[in-house]
Unconditional design. Sequence first.
Length: 503
Amino acid sequence: MSNLHSTYQLPAMSSTEIVDYLSSPLFKGIGKKTAITLVEHFGTDILNILDTSPHLLAEIPGLKTYRIDKINQAWSDSKNNPVRGAIALLLGIGTPFKLTLNICARYGIETEKILKTNPYQLVEDLDGVGFKTADKLASSLGITPDSPHRYFQAVLHILSGALNEGHCFLPLDVLIERTEEILTLPEYQPDPQLLQTVINEAIETNALLKGAFDGSIYLAKVYASELKVANSIKQRLQQYDRPTQELSYWLSEYCNEVTTLSPEQRQALLMAERYGISILTGGPGRGKTYVLRTLVKWLQHKGYKIALAAPTGKAANRMKDSTGVQAMTIHRLLKWQGASHCFEHNQQNPLNHDWIIIDEFSMVDIFLFNSLLKALKTHCKILLVGDKDQLPSIGAGMVLRDLLVSEVLPTTELTTIFRQDSGSAIVEASTSINYGQVPKIDTFTNAADWLNYSNCSLLETPTPTATARAIASLVKAIAKSDVGGWQRFVNFTPISPSNPYPD
């Protein structure tokens, strides 16, 4: 590899890039305003002026002698700074200008060492730098494709990418197959033995961890999150088994005066009262919202400090509308700090609540759930509410489904349809699908007749062109109809014999 202490010729830079270069930490005492002044007067020739004819700075109107002295001193000092050579080298091999400055700002005088030994470190240390960017940079710097650092970072890249697919881990054979794909170059085939060695060493140093399932490989942070969640749940289940007589008595009076509860709904409330953590699940129209409303009334009656939260703002607003109590997103509840990428509330600064109710829990991933549990005091009780058949989280894990399958948490599943629109075609169709049955769906061919059919129906067309025209006609028909805005929401999902299962 080239010696970074050698003299490098900077590649051609634009005026904007030169301003950023001169105002970088490499040149102490110049700053953005002065850099702009220099470039406005001399243009892109300013670097040559500073290097060979610094006396010409006196030509700049208003630039006082002491400022000129500072500029010349900063330029002179930079010549002995190894960062200057690193910048020249990085720019010389085609590294984007802003990335070059970010790399040097992050590592300072250590830039040379990092670039020489392990440029893949950039992936972990710099936002926006992925494996492909680091790999291209490493290749330009002369790092060979069989570098163990390259292999290791490729493994981390594959496991991190799996998180975006919702996976907490990958089977070893899948991990190896995917890693070999990104290690392959036109002139290089990866070494399976070296890859296995790198994985084994990562496991020995706990950079990677083996899971309970044979052959499962985790990133350390993911495994730690799963373990912390499991331990927290275990602790909460051991600490609570409270009597429910007082709630039973209150329900008898409340239900006689205000409303009625089904046996399932009553059981859900008693379960939530008895245990430190529990689950309430069920499909649409099963009465989950009614249980929440009653539970909130009970908690208010007892004078508990409660918090209602959900993964999204829309879900939080629905909680507020249905219970009459302020609700918020989980991120807002825990007070996400964007600058530091962490929550304000954690184990050292827990929430001061007696009760937490989380709705739409199917959308909560393993990391958010771990952060939530860490931020709760030991006496705080939590009810997780969600439909296991709804969309899973975008992030890693299917936490609600896995908790239900494990049968570890006390759970009440509501099965009876209570909603007034229990005859709704959507509710009936979703119920049929959950039971493995083909739903009965109304079909029609004339878009103008849409109001004559149910809220879960199929507009049939013979060709793609006819489908496009039908959608346009349907939108116009809906716009002309005298119905409420909530009825105008239509999900257009074109299907065809060649694509009967659209995403």
